[in-house]
Design a protein around this ligand. Structure first.
Ligand SMILES: [Zn+2]
Ligand SMILES: [Zn+2]
Ligand SMILES: [Zn+2]
Length: 208
């Protein structure tokens, strides 16, 4: 069933989520803030997967013990999610996080800026691994190619311009992810509600 992500199924990673995570990670607080000023939240990966893009894990030795005051490196985050650490994946996750709902093409050029040549296939595989591990979120508004973002785990929504296609984040309207509380869940363990607001952005509506 496309669009459905398993929850609480895999148990490879300690601390994995049993329910959709709304844990605020102090390590990330302040790095990226939602429009409403709420700190970013991040969930633990629910599944781990190891796709071997190309193995250069020797480059990324384990960087000592983390302390509470040191945010994990990207390599540590990948390893913590059960993913093989490759230069392409590290560059990809950085590019996703520095971007704003980027598509595959923009991500590929971002990765190439960082590490040189990388195949489109490696980017696709890396995105699949990062998305499956819960480090990256994929959205696909109707009529738009898939877009990727680093803000995960909070079930935030999106607003899309009908004219230029620009995408922005929109927090849940009330409280914390109320949209996950369905009026009838049909017995599902719901982990995502996909809500897209459509309209015309300020730039488009004031141009003419
Ligand atoms: Zn627009
Ligand atoms: Zn978003
Ligand atoms: Zn909502």
């Amino acid at each position: 069933m496309p669009g459905l992500r398993p929850v609480a199924a895999a148990t490879e990673t300690p601390g994995m989520r049993a329910v959709p995570p709304y844990r605020t990670d102090p390590l990330r607080t302040g790095r990226r803030t939602a429009p409403g000023g709420r700190p970013d939240v991040e969930g633990s990966p629910s599944r781990v997967e190891s796709l071997n893009i190309f193995n250069c894990s020797g480059l990324w030795g384990y960087i000592g013990a983390m302390t509470a005051s040191q945010p994990p490196t990207i390599a540590e985050e990948l390893r913590g999610a059960g993913l093989r650490v490759t230069a392409a994946r590290v560059a990809l996750l950085e590019t996703v996080r520095n971007g704003d709902h980027l598509g595959v093409e923009a991500l590929t050029s971002g990765v190439r800026d960082r590490i040189g040549q990388v195949s489109l296939q490696a980017v696709y595989e890396g995105l699949h691994a990062l998305t499956t591990a819960g480090l990256v979120r994929r959205i696909e508004p109707p009529g738009s190619p898939a877009l990727f973002e680093g803000r995960v785990g909070d079930n935030h929504h999106h607003i899309v311009c009908r004219s230029c296609g620009v995408v922005a984040d929109v927090d849940c309207a009330v409280g914390e992810a109320p949209c996950l509380t369905a009026s009838d869940d049909h017995g599902f363990a719901i982990d995502e509600a996909e809500i897209i607001y459509w309209g015309v952005c300020l730039t488009c509506s004031t141009a003419s």
